[in-house]
Design a protein around this ligand. Structure first.
Ligand code: PMP
Length: 559
């Protein structure tokens, strides 16, 4: 279907109240692969549920419980449409994609035997790897991997000569990513029918977590046996996910969770479970989240998906294009994604280690741009990338339809500025302590005022991603504290960072007393006496005190 009208991203964005809050008007939110923002109708549906309808579903002896049950089953019908399932009898509500994988892997133990092979890529999200590892161990199956250059299976791998291909007659389960959460690259879903035709015994499990927001799902037409996704990644609430499963599997799979509402008859020694989707929904579901999901499906019904797809493609291409202009070799920043067949994910790596990606993310955060740095729960993917690019994590920018070309321009301007300022300036963290009169702290009597002063001083300790490493961590502190030391021209210098504001405040004292001093000058200072003068001890918890003393001890050891 072609788009009727181009998407107006501003109009689209206006449905998401987070962006119109005064503190967020300049926010560029591009961490959508982690979670998306929620439209007003989703928030309203959750609020409506608690305000008007709250009763426990499936326990229907009063009208609230009936209304709640009705809401859950209506949502299941809408979910079937959203997933491209043939019936609501194929839809299980889970807590999210992760739980869905665990339910499937546990249930498929009934379908695997020793010698069977389970195939996944070497680049999966941990949620689509760890449950298979356990299943393979328990059932004595072989876990096999195909190399996924772009994070997904490609047709060449599949079409490799039989026997050469990892997928073969022994394969019982093939668990695939529909779109990589690192590369954004999409699977050619027509491959699934080819696989099914060649190897009808294979059970196909599709991870559609990164697809659902960008591509209309067609679980049944694509010939998936299972498909999973999390609502929070397609504008829905957290705490609810969808598991599509062919009905015949659902009827035979053992349920992972046991408890209320999934049983038929319970005796002291044994129980019979119900058949159907309720068999996999033990206990009370996240009902308000399901109500929000109902609002979310109604939201999707009103969207022009071809227009959204066309717009997101354009935006993804523009972001890649613009970033390639700032990724000069001199920067060490490298783009490892391509805009083709991409669900809107752009990943950058640092190839020469000349700067820290966390610094760049922090810099972007200071410019109100929300991105994510890390391995994105795909460690094995990064083990392959590290071999080729020398980088074991990346900075991910992930788009949604409410992002605009102006957002991209703002990202580019901030990245360019990061590389145009003298890098040592924002990495060397110049902190000036000369104007701090530490005795002022002794003079203020109330703890509230002392506390405020300490916090103000602590705020002057900059965030220093480059020292937030295990080797600089001070042992014995309740909160994380990092301390780095250097000596220059016979003077001692410390860099400190901490997760805790109060610890930063206390550390500021240490810096005021010791930083830039010679050994002789430091020897003249009686820290314990000064500390007593400040009268902090009676206000600080013993663990805080111990933490401060541990920092002091470490600083002295370094001198
Ligand atoms: N698979 C992929 C590809 C993902 O990106 C994620 C979430 N990052 C998951 C599975 C797991 O989703 P959730 O944390 O919502 O269970």
């Amino acid at each position: 279907m072609n788009a009727k009208m181009p998407l107006n991203p501003h109009q689209f964005k206006s449905q998401f109240p987070l962006f119109s809050q005064p503190e967020n008007t300049s926010l560029v939110y591009v961490d959508n692969a982690a979670t998306t923002q929620k439209p007003q109708c989703v928030i309203d549906a959750m609020s409506y549920f608690y305000t008007h309808q709250n009763g426990n579903a499936q326990r229907a002896s009063h009208r609230l419980a009936r209304a709640s049950t009705d809401m859950v089953e209506k949502t299941r019908r809408l979910a079937a449409d959203f997933l491209g399932a043939s019936s609501e009898r194929e839809v299980v509500f889970t807590a999210g994609a992760t739980e869905a994988f665990n339910i499937i892997a546990y249930g498929l133990s009934a379908f695997c035997e020793s010698g069977d092979e389970i195939v996944v890529s070497d680049s999966e999200h941990h949620a689509n790897l760890l449950p298979w590892q356990r299943l393979a161990q328990q059932q004595q199956c072989e876990l096999q991997f195909f190399k996924a250059e772009n994070g997904v299976l490609d047709s060449e791998q599949l079409l490799a000569e039989n026997g050469m291909s990892v997928i073969n007659e022994r394969t019982r389960i093939l668990a695939l990513s529909g779109a990589s959460n690192v590369f954004g690259h999409m699977l050619d879903v027509t491959l699934l029918a080819t696989i099914k035709k060649r190897f009808p015994r294979i059970i196909i499990v599709l991870d559609a977590s990164q697809m659902a927001c960008h591509i209309p799902l067609q679980a049944s037409d694509w010939q998936c046996d299972f498909l999973v996704c999390s609502a929070h990644k397609f504008y829905g609430p957290t705490g609810v996910g969808l598991l599509y499963a062919r009905e015949d599997y659902l009827q035979q799979m053992p349920p992972l969770h046991l408890g209320g509402e999934m049983v038929d008859k319970v005796e002291l020694q044994r129980s019979d479970y119900v058949t159907g989707v309720q068999r996999f929904e033990a206990g009370t579901s996240s009902l308000a989240a399901i109500a929000g999901l109902h609002g979310c499906f109604q939201f999707w019904q009103k969207q022009d998906r071809p227009a959204m797809q066309a717009y997101e493609r354009e935006l993804t291409a523009y972001l890649h294009d613009q970033l390639s202009t700032v990724c000069a070799p001199s920067t060490g920043l490298k783009l490892i994604t391509s805009p083709n067949y991409n669900v809107g994910i752009v990943t950058l790596v640092n190839v020469d280690g000349a700067f820290s990606l966390s610094d760049l993310a922090y810099w972007l955060d200071e410019h109100d741009i929300a991105v994510r740095v890390g391995n994105h729960c795909a460690q094995t993917l990064w083990q392959s990338v590290a071999k080729k690019q020398g980088a074991d994590n990346g900075l991910r920018i992930s788009l949604a339809a409410y992002n605009t070309m102006a957002d991209v321009d703002k990202i580019i301007a901030a990245v360019s500025a990061f590389f145009s300022v003298d890098r040592t300036q924002h990495l060397s963290v110049v902190e000036d302590w000369s104007d701090i009169d530490w005795q002022a702290l002794a003079e203020v009597k109330s703890w509230q005022k002392k506390y405020k002063l300490l916090i103000n001083w602590g705020n002057r300790i900059n965030h220093k991603p480059q020292i937030r490493q295990d080797k600089f961590l001070v042992e014995g502190c309740e909160s994380a504290v990092w301390l780095q030391y250097k000596k220059e021209n016979e003077r001692h210098y410390f860099l400190i960072d901490s997760d805790s504001n109060i610890v930063k405040g206390l550390s500021a004292l240490l810096l005021v007393w010791l930083n830039g001093k010679t050994t002789e000058e430091i020897e003249l200072i009686n820290i314990a006496e000064r500390y007593q003068q400040l009268g902090l001890e009676k206000h600080l918890s013993p663990s805080r005190m111990n933490g401060f003393l541990a920092l002091l001890k470490k600083a002295k050891e370094l001198l």
